[in-house]
Design a protein around this ligand. Structure first.
Ligand SMILES: [Zn+2]
Length: 513
């Protein structure tokens, strides 16, 4: 009952908010669905395009910390200005079953929203019983739409991969097949050979995305470039030297050429693949710190890639059919695994800048659903009081523990002896504490501290005076819900508490697939 009441309350609230914000935005309003059913055909008021953006590993607190850092406690990230807000459960299931597995990975979660099916961690585009399941890109292509897939990770990594490939194991990225990477231990090869075909090879062959931008050049080979060119793709940079071998995984930085921002500028239309790093793209804080001559300076930002993708997808004759664009800010997750709060914050900002590009387009276009969410939370990111410490840093359990002096019936065992004091100097600078090394492990995993726009100008990052104290619980994903922000026709279905498979349903219905 509590859940239903909460949901109804949330819907009422959203309805009020949506009326003002959606019109300010120029996003298609709720009337669109009605006009579609009246006319029985594609309505001009309905959704034509979907831009689906996700911050990998971006939990609720990542959003809050990004807001405080860059826009202040009373400010808003761009994503927070979208009119509809919900929260998304992210759990996976155990392999071969429907039993919930509470902490998911990116493969299971990306499969959930791209196919509507819960699956096991490591699975890309297959269900819990290893059957291939159709994804949104395949459905969009079958409906004559254009599709685009953009990521700051390798484009063969799980999140982008689930929109345009099917694999029993996410590690089967390429460039070559290996049983260890592609075939689950103790299993024989499946009848559907696609499921053990390297993801790079699938992308090169299946034409599921018109625009592919990201990292991961080392996953591809000259044979993939030839295949893509014969399928009509423009290939930025070079996948390697055919003389080195076409199927041996021996291409190197010397034989391959990564795509650059300048290459991006030469493309005016048509299908294109651009891989701007042999691995993941470079985090923005590292790019900013690199010398002017560094090749990483030639890597476009996620906002630039998003802008270019939209301009390529929204043009020409097929424009009327609409497009589906997925944009991933992947390094929020990867830098959270590394417990690097400074880089994590920078990647949240870079992702939010890409969200702004999508929102600006949607406001102008009027027929675009914008969805901004995450796949799962990463590392138990949190904001702690200035000068306070975490359990991970404590020599003893904190405080007096589980004692309720006002009502001893609430006391629980074990009690927690010992006490911990606040230590305003506990900041470990702009880097979080390094872990269990050195002679005295107490004080490890200490918070990294950052100034916010609310701090006086004299306060610097890494100082105890900086107001934003950030800690991590672990180096792994957690089972926490993630936020979803949305605007445009059909977006109200994302309000309240939903599951990640509902994200599939909403996009699927919005595009009438
Ligand atoms: Zn992760």
């Amino acid at each position: 009952v509590a859940r239903s009441l909460t949901r109804i309350g949330a819907l009422a609230l959203v309805a009020c908010t949506a009326l003002s914000s959606a019109s300010a935005f120029g996003l298609a309003g709720p009337a669109s669905a009605a006009s579609k059913s009246e006319s029985g055909s594609e309505s001009k008021g309905g959704v034509k395009n979907v831009i689906y953006l996700l911050g990998d590993g971006m939990g609720r607190t990542h959003v809050t910390a990004g807001r405080q850092r860059f826009y202040g406690a009373n400010g808003h990230l761009h994503m927070e200005q979208l009119p509809v807000l919900g929260q998304v459960s992210t759990y996976a299931v155990d392999k071969g079953t429907d039993t919930p597995s509470l902490v998911p990975d990116s493969a299971a979660t990306a499969t959930a929203w791209s196919t509507g099916v819960k699956t096991y961690n490591n699975a890309v585009g297959v269900d819990s019983r290893e059957n291939s399941v159709v994804n949104l890109f395949e459905q969009a292509k079958a409906n004559g739409m254009r599709t685009g897939n953009v990521s700051t990770a390798e484009v063969t990594d799980a999140t982008p991969a689930a929109e345009f490939s099917h694999a029993l194991l996410r590690g089967c990225q390429g460039p070559v097949f290996s049983a260890a990477a592609c075939l689950p231990a103790g299993e024989s090869a499946p009848a559907d050979k696609t499921l053990v075909t390297p993801i790079a090879e699938q992308i090169a062959s299946n034409n599921d995305a018109d625009v592919v931008f990201g990292g991961g050049l080392a996953r591809f080979e000259p044979a993939d470039e030839q295949k893509m060119r014969s399928n009509g793709y423009q290939v930025l940079g070079s996948f390697g030297d055919p003389a080195v071998g076409t199927d041996n995984g021996q291409q190197t930085a010397a034989t391959q050429r990564v795509a650059t921002r300048d290459d991006l500028g030469t493309i005016e239309g048509g299908k294109v693949i651009g891989l701007f790093n042999r691995g993941n793209l470079t985090v923005e804080t590292a790019k900013a710190a690199a010398p002017a001559a560094s090749p990483v300076k030639a890597e476009p930002t996620l906002a630039e890639l998003t802008q270019k993708s939209i301009s390529l997808l929204d043009q020409g004759k097929k424009r009327d059919k609409g497009f589906l664009l997925q944009v991933e800010g992947a390094l929020i997750d990867k830098r959270s695994h590394a417990n690097d709060a400074g880089q994590t914050l920078g990647e949240i900002k870079a992702f939010d800048d890409a969200v702004k590009v999508a929102m600006d387009f949607a406001a102008k276009d009027g027929h675009t659903l914008v969805v901004v969410t995450a796949d799962h939370e990463c590392a138990g990111f949190n904001i702690i009081e200035k000068g306070s410490i975490t359990n991970a840093e404590a020599g003893n359990y904190p405080g007096t523990g589980n004692v309720d002096s006002g009502n001893t019936a609430n006391n629980s065992a074990p009690s927690r002896p010992g006490s911990q004091k606040k230590d305003p100097t506990r900041s470990s600078g702009i880097q979080n504490g390094a872990g269990l090394t050195g002679p005295n492990p107490v004080g490890n995993f200490a918070p990294a501290t950052f100034r916010t726009v609310d701090d006086p100008p004299s306060v610097v990052d890494g100082s105890p005076e900086a107001s934003l104290w950030l800690t991590y619980l672990s180096g792994n994903h957690t089972g926490a819900d993630v936020p979803v922000f949305a605007g445009g026709a059909g977006s109200s279905a994302l309000a309240g508490s939903i599951d990640n498979t509902d994200l599939f349903t909403v996009v699927h219905n919005a595009l009438r697939l």
